[in-house]
Design a protein. Structure first.
Length: 273
């Protein structure tokens, strides 16, 4: 059985660009009038000014990668403004630059990526749509207002992107060994579901020489049909927010070994730092 039905859903490149524009605008709207030193509840140690700068810097960097063909390490640094007004102005400019760069290139066109499954403009557009979405939630929380949902399809795509891009993946010098524990995750408002195998990641980096033996997870493409040790069900948005640490598990239906919830939470937190 194909575990993830979401991969058959085709979200167009333009849909990601719309999401980047809308979520970036909502991000700036939420932070309008918020003092620069206001704490960000969902990002320990960050202020509103830090949040503004983070999304500004990320969008600027990816605009340069797409438009000039440089790698992420070769992007020229842009100085951080010292005042909040300057930060807001630069944030708006960076979002516009990113959208212009993505719109000017075919989604299948190659460009640098830090992820082995990336390497295309379309991959960047998807990553940046969810980057803007999650940080818009941070902005809403900072402003003390409700974090309204995106479309159910985009939220489900966010779950898929987190699981497949952030959590899954083993470099060619490492090995993932399952330990027999599986976690099933399913949306109740979109036809999308996933099964994760938990286990250990081991190996020695070919570049640094560092040896790793870490708790890890992998997304399964085929389900063996057996009972899962933990199941999580909820709306795509509730699942997306919980996985990103921007919502609680209270809105989810949970069954099985609840001790595994903390294990999964720790794995996702490590993968998304």
């Amino acid at each position: 059985m194909l575990v993830s039905t979401l991969r058959d859903m085709d979200i167009e490149h333009g849909t990601y660009l719309i999401a980047i524009r809308e979520e970036s605008e909502r991000f700036l709207e939420a932070l309008a009038g918020i003092p620069g030193d206001a704490p960000v509840p969902s990002c320990a140690g960050w202020t509103a000014a830090d949040l503004l700068w983070h999304l500004t810097d990320v969008q600027y960097s990816w605009a340069q990668v797409v438009s000039t063909g440089v790698t992420g390490d070769d992007v020229a640094e842009r100085p951080r403004p010292t005042d909040v007004a300057g930060l807001r102005a630069l944030a708006a400019r960076s979002g516009t630059e990113l959208l212009a760069a993505l719109a000017a290139h075919d989604p299948h066109e190659p460009c640098w990526s830090w992820h082995e499954d990336g390497g295309t403009v379309g991959w960047v557009a998807r990553r940046q749509a969810h980057e803007a979405l999650i940080h818009r939630v941070d902005a809403d929380l900072t402003a003390g207002r409700a974090a309204g949902p995106p479309s159910a399809e985009l939220a489900a795509d966010g779950v898929d992107e987190l699981l497949r891009v952030m959590l899954d993946g083993v470099p060619d010098w490492g090995t993932f060994t399952p330990d027999g524990v599986t976690v099933a995750i399913a949306c109740d408002n979109v036809d999308a579901s996933w099964v994760l195998a938990l286990g250990r990641f081991t190996g020695t980096s070919a570049t640094s020489g560092t040896t790793y033996d870490l708790d890890a997870a992998a997304v399964l493409d085929e389900d063996d049909g057996g009972a899962d040790d933990l199941t999580l069900n909820g709306s795509a948005w509730d699942l997306d927010r919980w996985l990103w640490g921007r919502g609680t598990a209270d809105a989810l239906t949970i069954s099985g070994d609840r001790a595994l919830l903390e294990r999964l939470r720790a794995l996702v937190t490590e993968a998304t730092q």
